[in-house]
Design a protein around this ligand. Structure first.
Ligand code: GTP
Ligand code: MG
Length: 198
């Protein structure tokens, strides 16, 4: 993917706040601190297009970014963070499900998982929603720089088993080494192309 331009569009909670238009869209989901924003920044080759978690606040909103004027990347709010107030936690489910249900131009969701952790209930919930709404899921296992090759293989087994997917469906990535960037882009491009976009 050749990145010519990237631009923050807006933040939203409700459908009437989502950007208008029908550009194809790819969203990024995963537990808090898993590395969603870092993955997006590496993909678009920008250090700080998306703020990483040292600046909280925006992270509880749905953030839309335009790329090349031709498609949209969406940073979804992270989940599973203990310090988030209960009221915010309660809003997360409906906010996510509404987005998946209503966003007709959504072509796929990148579900990001930490190579060192066993997936949590919200990760499985996310996959269930995607299946229910017939939205393709791309599973990216990140922070692979933190483990050995051997450990990566073992964790991949655990992650695949916990989520009930094939190990071959997992895409390995590191925002630090940038390993896996090409293969993540290839899979995203396939999702964008599938319905005649590019
Ligand atoms: P929220 O927006 O709070 O939900 O977090 P996030 O999922 O966007 O995570 P973010 O990209 O902000 O990264 C969280 C922390 O993990 C930061 O300190 C990153 O530097 C670190 N991090 C992200 N990706 C990687 C990676 O591939 N390797 C390593 N070693 N650290 C990473
Ligand atoms: Mg983030």
């Amino acid at each position: 993917m050749i990145i010519k331009s990237t631009e923050f569009i807006k933040s939203a909670v409700k459908p009437n706040q989502y950007p208008e238009g029908d550009l194809p869209e790819i969203a990024f989901a995963g537990r808090s601190n898993v590395g969603k924003s870092s993955l997006i920044n590496v993909l678009v080759n920008r250090k700080n297009l998306v703020r990483t978690s040292s600046t909280p606040g925006r992270t509880q909103l749905i953030n839309f970014f335009n790329v090349n004027g031709t498609f949209t990347l969406v940073d979804l709010p992270g989940y599973g963070f203990a310090r988030v107030p209960l009221a915010v936690k309660k809003e997360w489910g409906p906010m996510m499900e509404t987005y998946f249900a209503k966003r007709a131009n959504l072509r796929g969701v990148v579900l990001i998982l930490d190579v060192r952790r066993t997936p949590v209930a919200e990760d499985s919930q996310m996959l269930q929603w995607l299946r229910a709404y017939d939205i393709p899921a791309l599973l990216v296992v990140t922070k692979c720089d933190k483990v050995s090759r051997n450990e990566q293989g073992k964790q991949a087994d655990i992650i695949a088993r916990t989520l009930g997917v094939l190990k071959s469906e997992l895409c390995f990535f590191s925002a630090h080494t940038r390993n896996g960037t090409e293969s993540v882009w290839k899979r995203i491009e396939a999702l964008l192309d599938e319905n005649g976009a590019s």
